[in-house]
Write a protein that binds this ligand. Structure first.
Ligand code: ATP
Ligand code: MG
Length: 405
């Protein structure tokens, strides 16, 4: 069966009171933008939902893209018919015949939102159920655990018949909850953290610290590729590439080998906060997951986090590595993340990184650098290069150019 119409249901924004209209509009625009590769589609806005006329665009391809739009709770290919029992029965039969693999059991669920419809709900159940049974040899009714649920949604303007409900990405429309900076390494975790933040309606700008020329061009390309994959979900993304070599080298020279990761992470946060201020972002997102490595123990996170005054968001904090890997595979970042290029931090990995760094010692190490620390931070900020990435192409912009404002 060829589907003509999709019903797209919105998620949590439908309970957002006063701002509901504005948020729904945002989501509507984002759906249209995500589906711009299908020019024949036509849209019809409803309350808390949207209808999409496929006009011969391929259902599977549209559905695949729609699954990645944040704020969409679910969607269904539906048949829209008049308030007419015969028409409803015919559509119901046609739809159930199209289900693959063919189900052995089904049930009819009627929602009678329009109370003036002449048949009540139990009667409609019978009228449609009996007709489908009569015309489908081998099919049985199972009201408890049906393989297929045939839904009849009787609304004021029309009746919708469907039996497929596809789960959407959920969450909120992008940007609805403001903007945050994502610390994006080349690893498995931080792209997943970015995706989760976006799903919650945050506009995300990525910040990556590199130690060129100690880290290679490929290491940078890998991060660009990860950011590009995130752009698949957001339309586009800014990636700020921060030169970290000088700062890192000076920190290493203070001779606090087992504290070096703590020291580096603190400067990363300081720089990220400066960039956040410039970009109007109100939080910093990291891929930290409790206990995963030395810098992610509670003790480390405490000492590292104290440098920051913006909220630190750690979407993965309570997730297991296997769950994070599963998510990375699902969002399409895993294969890139496991490419073997070095990261700025791996260059300086100490033999025994502190799992419980002492705040005083860390502050002392930083004060050894005196005002030079602040200068190095400023230099890193001003040397930051910003790329504006979309999923497929990319254009380079330097920090001094319009990328900032
Ligand atoms: P990931 O897979 O995200 O790299 P990880 O398990 O390797 O995580 P760490 O390397 O300790 O963990 O990094 C913890 C978090 O710090 C990362 O998730 C990321 O948010 C941030 N981070 C680490 N290195 C960088 C970097 N070079 N640039 C930007 N952010 C970084
Ligand atoms: Mg890492």
């Amino acid at each position: 069966m060829k589907y003509d119409l999709l019903l797209v249901r919105f998620g949590e924004i439908t309970i957002k009171g006063r701002n509901r209209g504005r948020f729904e509009n945002m989501l509507f625009q984002q759906i249209k933008s995500a589906l711009r590769a299908f020019p024949a589609l036509q849209y019809e806005k409803g309350y808390g939902r949207v209808f999409i006329h496929l006009n011969d665009e391929e259902y599977e391809a549209v559905a695949e893209r729609l699954k990645d739009v944040f704020g969409v709770l679910s969607f269904s290919p539906v048949v829209r018919v008049r308030h007419d029992v015969e028409a409803i029965r015919e559509s119901a039969l046609e739809l159930i015949r199209a289900v693959e693999p063919a189900p052995e059991t089904f049930k009819v669920s009627v929602k009678r939102a329009w109370k003036e419809f002449p048949h009540d709900t139990p009667e409609m159940n019978r009228l449609v159920g009996a007709y489908v049974l009569r015309n489908s040899p081998g099919l049985r009714v199972d009201v408890r655990e049906p393989e297929t649920e045939l839904k009849i949604d009787i609304q004021h303007e029309a009746v919708y018949v469907y039996c497929v409900v596809v789960h959407g990405a959920g969450g909120f429309p992008l940007g609805m909850n403001g903007k945050a900076m994502l610390l994006l390494s080349g690893g498995i975790d931080s792209p997943v953290a970015g995706w989760m933040a976006m799903r919650k309606g945050l506009e995300v700008e990525a910040v990556h610290f590199h130690s060129y020329p100690f880290t290679s061009e490929q290491a940078k390309e890998k991060v660009v590729a990860l950011a590009q994959r995130l752009a698949h979900y957001s339309g586009s993304i800014k990636l700020h590439l921060v030169p970290f070599t000088d700062l890192q080298t000076r920190l290493a020279e203070t001779g606090n080998e087992n504290l070096i990761i703590t020291l580096m992470r603190r400067q990363m946060l300081r720089i990220a906060e400066r960039l956040a201020d410039k970009r109007g972002a109100l939080a910093i997102i990291t891929g930290d997951s409790l206990g995963q490595v030395a810098s992610q123990t509670l003790g480390s996170m405490n000492v590292i986090g104290r440098t920051a005054s913006l909220p630190l968001l750690r979407p993965l904090i309570m997730m297991d590595k296997q769950e994070i890997i599963g998510a990375a595979e699902k969002i399409g970042t895993f294969k890139t993340s496991i490419l073997p290029y070095e990261d700025c931090c791996t260059l300086f990995v100490p033999k025994s990184p502190a799992t419980n760094p002492n705040l005083n010692m860390v502050e002392n190490a930083e004060s050894q650098l005196g005002s030079q620390l602040q200068d190095l931070i400023e230099e890193a900020v001003s040397g930051t290069e910003t790329l504006v990435l979309t999923e497929t192409d990319r254009s380079d912009k330097s920090a001094a150019e319009d990328a900032w404002f």
